[in-house]
Design a protein around this ligand. Structure first.
Ligand SMILES: Nc1ncnc2c1ncn2[C@@H]1O[C@H](COP(=O)(O)OP(=O)(O)O)[C@@H](O)[C@H]1O
Ligand SMILES: [Mg+2]
Length: 394
């Protein structure tokens, strides 16, 4: 009986999981999910690529680590595997909730966890009638949003199922609001409606917090969060060129994160989530911004060296050597005094504003090898693999 790593393409995270499994002495079976034909019918079940028969392998698998990158494929993979009698990390129920920011927020809000005020209008920006005529709903949708969120403080329009900051748009006036609503186009990933949120008055950073659970144990929150920081854009995604830091999480925030995990995981016995949270600091900014920006400029130069290694294609041919270089360069980045200075500002600000945290997203298949692991010291592959192992009955 074994653990399978189900993936679409073998990227750094998947290579990292393989390497970690080797170090932990855990055997992994690999399932290139996109290439396998799953066949069901009166003659039973088979699973085959063009060159290999996976049917017996499927029979032997007990637990599936689902690392399919597309949200749709991930949801289908977990559900399919569960229907075939496998345990999954994460479960299809978790995937279903995390797929949608609205579904995530509905669940968090129900448990009294603070979230940004969010408004969902199930209507699309425009409808095309049978005769080809377009009916525009932007103005009505904008009116509905404005009834709930003061536009003068900013309204964020977001794709319910987006990632990497894509289709997250800030509106400060009516024209921007209507234009941003117009930009939202229903598609396979975001089939219906428009989501709006109050603009959280965060400062220059937000948080990513890892919570996980093994079967038979209480859920845990890693004591240190990853911080994404920068003044470039109101979206702090690392994808948009922001810097990465680490910050010790006040105990009450760790407890809140555990509560989020419990809420979103339902009755799953083993799971792992990366929660995104913002701090509504308002005017509570505890450092001089000119100084802070000068420190960020210094850190940006050191960070560029880390980014250069990430781009290096040698990771595809010699992952271990590339990884050693990445770790060394990340350490050099963390060792500069600007890093320490910024980290201190963040930790102090977080402590002061710990009552102003809001959770806004949960990621069920987080990227971790390049940033989260090196910033926070938590190799997410470990709780992932241990969670999977805990599901195997001995
Ligand atoms: N309501 C909001 N107020 C302020 N900033 C926001 C808000 N929503 C999102 N952002 C910023 O945009 C980033 C991306 O938004 P998020 O909802 O996490 O979507 P994604 O799936 O693209 O990461 C967040 O990390 C945050 O920095
Ligand atoms: Mg996010």
């Amino acid at each position: 009986m074994s653990i399978a790593l189900l993936y679409e393409r073998s990227e750094n995270d998947e290579n990292g999981i393989k390497l970690t499994a080797q170090q932990l002495g855990i055997d992994l079976t690999y399932l290139p999910f996109r290439k396998i034909a799953l066949s069901i019918g009166k003659n039973g079940f088979s699973a085959k690529t063009k060159g290999k028969n996976y049917t017996q392998i499927f029979h032997d698998i007990k637990v599936v680590l689902n690392r399919a990158q597309s949200k749709n494929r991930r949801l289908q993979a977990s559900y399919t595997m569960e229907a075939l009698g496998k345990k999954t990390v994460n479960s299809s129920q978790i995937e279903f909730i995390c797929y949608s920011k609205l579904r995530t927020l509905l669940n968090l809000n129900k448990e009294g966890i603070p979230i940004p005020k969010t408004v969902f209008v199930p209507c699309d920006a425009f409808d095309t009638m049978k005769n080809g005529r377009e009916i525009h709903n932007e103005k009505d949708i904008a009116d509905l949003f404005e009834q709930e969120i003061p536009l003068s403080e900013g309204i964020v329009i977001k794709a319910d199922a987006g990632t990497h900051g894509k289709m997250i748009m800030l509106s400060k006036n009516r024209e921007e609001l209507e234009n941003n609503i117009k930009e939202t186009k229903p598609g396979i990933i975001n089939p219906i409606g428009v989501v709006a949120q109050e603009l959280i008055q965060k400062w220059f950073y937000d948080l990513r917090i890892i919570v996980s659970k093994e079967k038979g144990k209480e859920p845990v929150c890693h004591h240190t969060g990853m911080v994404r920081a920068g003044f470039k854009d109101f979206r702090t995604n690392t994808f948009l060129g922001n810097l990465v830091f680490d910050a010790k999480l006040p105990q009450c925030l760790q407890e809140m994160a555990v509560k989020c995990g419990k809420t979103l995981s339902g009755n799953s016995q083993a799971w792992i989530l990366a929660l995104d949270a913002m701090v509504n600091v308002g005017k509570n900014k505890s450092a001089d911004e000119t100084y802070l920006k000068s420190q960020l400029d210094i850190a940006t130069d050191a960070w560029a060296a880390v980014q250069n290694i990430k781009k290096d294609e040698s990771r595809l041919t010699d992952f271990q050597t590339w990884n050693n270089r990445l770790e060394a360069q990340f350490k050099a980045y963390k060792d500069i005094s600007a890093y320490e200075n910024i980290k201190n500002i963040i930790e102090e600000n977080l402590q002061t504003n710990k009552g102003a945290l809001v959770f806004h997203e949960a990621n069920s298949c987080p990227e971790f090898w390049e940033n989260t692991r090196l910033a926070t010291g938590l190799n997410v592959a470990e709780p992932l693999l241990k969670g999977a192992q805990s599901l195997i009955d001995h």
